[in-house]
Structures are given as structure tokens and as C-alpha cells.
Design a protein around this ligand. Structure first.
Ligand SMILES: C[S@@+](CC[C@H](N)C(=O)[O-])C[C@H]1O[C@@H](n2cnc3c(N)ncnc32)[C@H](O)[C@@H]1O
Length: 281
């Protein structure tokens, strides 16, 4: 018998989506921390501000990854619980946020009591959950009445930073590897309106959402080393190629990324984040 409920025709069941996403993270914690973790760190202070995290706040960081949000919250004097399903991510989170309680856990079912937290955050996590609405509802469940829940996702259409990878794929003539499909009924708009609606549907009130722009300043070789080690969707594409095609992709990357090279010797890659927060009733 299949372990999951049958999918609607032509779609993967949500649990398969979750499984594929989790497999994509497995064994990549170090590479993530050194590359795409730099990108995901850009909105951390804005996210903690949105969740009103301050000295003494009892915070949950869901999908903590290597613990960058947890560490920043500890720096504000918060008490931090952090959960992530990936054991390597948890190991690194314990290292970078030694004062946090780091637990195994995956949305949309956390083994945590109702109303336990003064604030709940999830930085680039709802986009990895097969049922994002159930994930958002779970974030709201573990927050006390009046608490803020704050989340981020990447916007669509893709930002310039993300489009650089699309251009590399296209110029190298590589067939894009489709991302695991989210069931259409589970989709939400990757925009302030879409993410705001998701939080409202999850039962939160006073929902606010915005696009926040950043520039990632990163060494070109470091940035390539993320996909080269299988990190993110582009990493899945790079890993699926034979060595000669990877070399071709790298040559196109070197050429196409040059336009972002600044006087400090780093790439300055424009990007943006959708940040939303709401309040538990
Ligand atoms: C893009 S990383 C973000 C990590 C971290 N929040 C940060 O800001 O660096 C996504 C993280 O979500 C975790 N993750 C994947 N599926 C999850 C789920 N269903 N529930 C919670 N976390 C999940 C992954 O293991 C990974 O650590």
C-alpha cells in the first residue's frame, strides 16, 4: 500500500513534495551555511523586528536551518527554541546558536504545545512545505494569543539574483529540472498579497506584508560553490549534469555574473524577499 494518500491526477501528494524537499536538503547543511545561507540571512533583522523579538521574548524559529535566525534572536536576549527536520542542519544550529533549544521537527506538525511562544518565525520555510496553509496554521497554533507570527518566502517573478541562474541554465542549453510540483490547491501567491492571504487564511489578524529589497554582496567563486555542491533548485540542476556540461555552465556563470562585479571585488546581486506578519487572535 502506498504510504501517502493518492494524489489528484497528475500531482504529487503533499507528503511526497515534503519528502523531495527534505531529500534536497539532506547532506547540504555545510554548503548551505557557506553559500545560500548568506542570502537567507539578509532579512533576519527585519523578520525579528516584524515578530517583535526583544529581550526576554520566548521565540520559536521553525525550519531554523543552520541557526542564523536563532543566533540573531539570542543576540537580542530572546529565549529561543528552534526546530528543523534535518539532523545536519540541527547540528550546525546547535553550534551557531548554542543558547537555543534545538529540536527535531517539521511543519505542519510540531510536537510543541498550543500557545507556547511569544513570537514565531519561519525564514524561507513555508516554501518547502507541501501544505503551506497547514504549515502557517501550525505556526499560529504554537503562538500565544496576541503573539506575532512572521515569515518570508522568495517572490515570483524571480529577482535578478535568481534570474542569473536561469540565464546560466538557458545559455548552457541545459534542460531545466522541474521543481517538485505543489498541488495547485496548496499554491499561494509569492507576493505580499499572496503571502498575506495565506496568513489570513491561517487565522491570523492584523496581517501586513511587503516586498523588501536587498543586495547580496558575495564572492563569485563562493556563490558558484553553492550550486556546485547541490544547494537549492539550481544545485539540483547542476548535480544532474555530466562534468563537461557543469564546466560549460560555470563558464557561462563566469561571463554572465561579471556584470554584477563591483569595485570591492564582490558580486552585488539585487534580490528581494516577501515578508509578512500577523497576530494570533
Ligand atoms: C532555505 S532553508 C532556511 C533555513 C533558515 N530558516 C535560515 O534562515 O537560514 C530551509 C530550511 O527548512 C527546513 N525544512 C524543510 N522542510 C521543512 C518542514 N516541513 N518544516 C520545517 N522545516 C523544514 C530545511 O531542512 C532547511 O533547514
Amino acid at each position: 500500500m502506498p504510504p501517502t494518500a493518492p494524489a489528484e491526477q497528475g500531482q504529487l501528494p503533499a507528503t511526497t513534495y515534503d519528502e523531495l524537499k527534505r531529500r534536497a536538503w539532506a547532506g547540504r547543511a555545510e554548503a548551505y551555511a557557506e553559500t545560500f545561507g548568506l542570502l537567507c540571512a539578509l532579512p533576519i533583522e527585519r523578520l525579528l523586528d516584524a515578530a517583535l523579538v526583544a529581550h526576554g521574548t520566548n521565540l520559536l524559529d521553525a525550519g531554523t536551518g543552520t541557526g542564523a535566525v536563532a543566533a540573531a534572536a539570542l543576540g537580542r536576549g530572546a529565549h529561543v527554541t528552534a526546530v528543523d527536520p534535518d539532523p545536519d542542519m540541527r547540528r550546525l544550529a546547535r553550534r551557531s546558536a548554542p543558547g537555543a533549544q534545538v529540536l527535531d521537527g517539521a511543519l505542519p506538525e510540531l510536537d510543541l504545545p498550543d500557545g507556547a511562544f511569544d513570537a514565531v518565525v519561519a525564514n524561507f520555510v513555508l516554501n518547502h512545505v507541501g501544505d503551506p496553509l497547514a504549515g502557517a496554521q501550525e505556526l499560529a497554533r504554537v503562538a500565544r494569543p496576541g503573539a506575532r507570527v512572521a515569515v518570508t518566502v522568495w517572490p515570483r517573478p524571480a529577482t535578478e539574483l535568481h534570474r542569473l541562474w536561469d540565464d546560466v541554465v538557458e545559455h548552457a542549453g541545459v534542460a531545466p529540472v522541474p521543481a517538485p510540483p505543489l498541488a495547485p490547491a496548496s499554491e499561494f501567491g509569492r507576493s505580499p498579497d499572496g503571502l498575506g492571504r495565506l496568513l489570513t487564511a491561517a487565522g491570523l489578524t492584523n496581517v501586513q506584508a511587503a516586498t523588501v529589497r536587498f543586495v547580496l554582496r558575495v564572492d563569485a567563486e563562493v556563490w558558484w560553490s553553492g550550486p556546485a555542491r547541490g544547494v537549492a533548485s539550481i544545485g539540483g540542476i547542476v548535480e544532474a549534469q555530466p562534468p563537461d556540461v557543469v564546466a560549460r555552465m560555470k563558464a557561462h556563470y563566469d561571463r554572465l555574473s561579471r556584470r554584477y562585479l563591483a569595485a570591492d571585488g564582490l558580486l552585488h546581486l539585487p534580490t528581494a524577499v516577501v515578508l509578512a506578519h500577523g497576530q494570533v487572535r
